[in-house]
Design a binder for this molecule. Structure first.
Ligand code: NAD
Length: 266
């Protein structure tokens, strides 16, 4: 069975990369952007997926911009690691594990993974426009912002009230402009996370990709790089993708089963 073959590869691997996309956190209540109820069904990425587009939207249609921010922040602010995140953290007991994630939700770190490269940045790390670190934001602070946005977005004076509500994560301060350190369309990948990820992928024995459509570049090139360097590639996804073994199903169901098949404990 394919899970047994994947388990055998995990047992014999010294270095494992777990490469995760939006599907990894779907069962934590954060929809992927491209699925039926995903963000891009309600907000066009051309308008909301770049910093210039977002700024324009704020000035021209502040209620739409507030709606977008609420839709983005509210699920992430309330999310907890699922059984899949916990299984990936537990894998560290058996091998050297590097997590390379496209997600911005901090759930791998919360689950206990110790080496996490966030190639699309983090919603919880506030940076200046030129990428200098300003501060970290807690999930609780994010939840307060989401609650405030939920009240404001259908009321009056949306623009000034939204600007006040999001002040902990975006605005102008003593360092100049600041905002969450996330990678939007057209931005460069987050560094040093991206360079470190390419390095980890080229030196691993096995790569498990979880919840990745591989439609977002250049992140999508990583499984192919791993394969070219001689690693086995396992995919965990309800939808078929490119891999040596495809485990068809969800992250929170299959990752604990894979760990159990490999090491006898979930
Ligand atoms: P994506 O390209 O990462 O694809 C999502 C994949 O997840 C699909 O292949 C889908 O079949 C699979 N999937 C859905 N439910 C799953 C489950 N329960 N278990 C395993 N796989 C599952 O998706 P996208 O939404 O277009 O994301 C684009 C980018 O947007 C991401 O790379 C990320 O940077 C960002 N994003 C981040 C988050 C987050 O931080 N949680 C959420 C959505 C999007």
């Amino acid at each position: 069975m394919s899970i047994d073959l994947a388990a055998e590869w995990l047992r014999s691997a010294r270095k494992i990369v777990v490469f995760t996309g939006a599907g990894m956190s779907a069962e934590s209540g954060i929809s992927t952007f491209r699925d039926q109820e995903g963000l891009w069904q309600h907000f066009r990425p051309e308008e909301f997926g770049t910093w210039t587009g977002l700024t324009r939207m704020f000035l021209a249609h502040p209620e739409r911009a507030a709606d977008f921010l609420y839709a983005l922040l509210e699920p992430i602010a309330g999310a907890k690691p699922n059984a899949g995140h916990l299984a990936i953290a537990a894998l560290e007991r058996h091998a050297r594990v590097t997590v390379v994630t496209q997600n911005i939700d901090n759930l791998h770190q919360e689950a206990g993974s110790t080496l996490v490269h966030e190639v699309h940045g983090s919603l919880f790390e506030i940076v200046t426009q030129d990428g200098r670190f300003v501060r970290c934001v807690s999930r609780q602070e994010m939840a307060s912002i989401a609650t405030a946005l939920g009240r404001i977005r259908h009321g009056r004076c949306v623009l000034p009230r939204t600007l006040v509500a999001i002040r902990p994560i975006a605005g102008i301060g003593i360092h100049g402009r600041y905002r969450p350190g996330v990678v939007l369309f057209g931005d460069a990948m987050a560094e040093p996370a991206w360079g470190d990820s390419v390095d980890a992928v080229c030196h691993c024995d096995c790569l498990i990709q979880v919840g990745c459509s591989n439609a977002v570049y250049p992140a999508a090139t990583l499984p192919r790089e791993a394969k070219a360097a001689g690693a086995k590639v396992i995919a965990v996804n309800p939808e078929k993708g490119e891999a040596d073994v495809w485990l068809r199903g969800t992250a929170s169901d299959l990752l604990p089963k894979l760990l159990e098949a490999a090491f006898g404990s979930p």
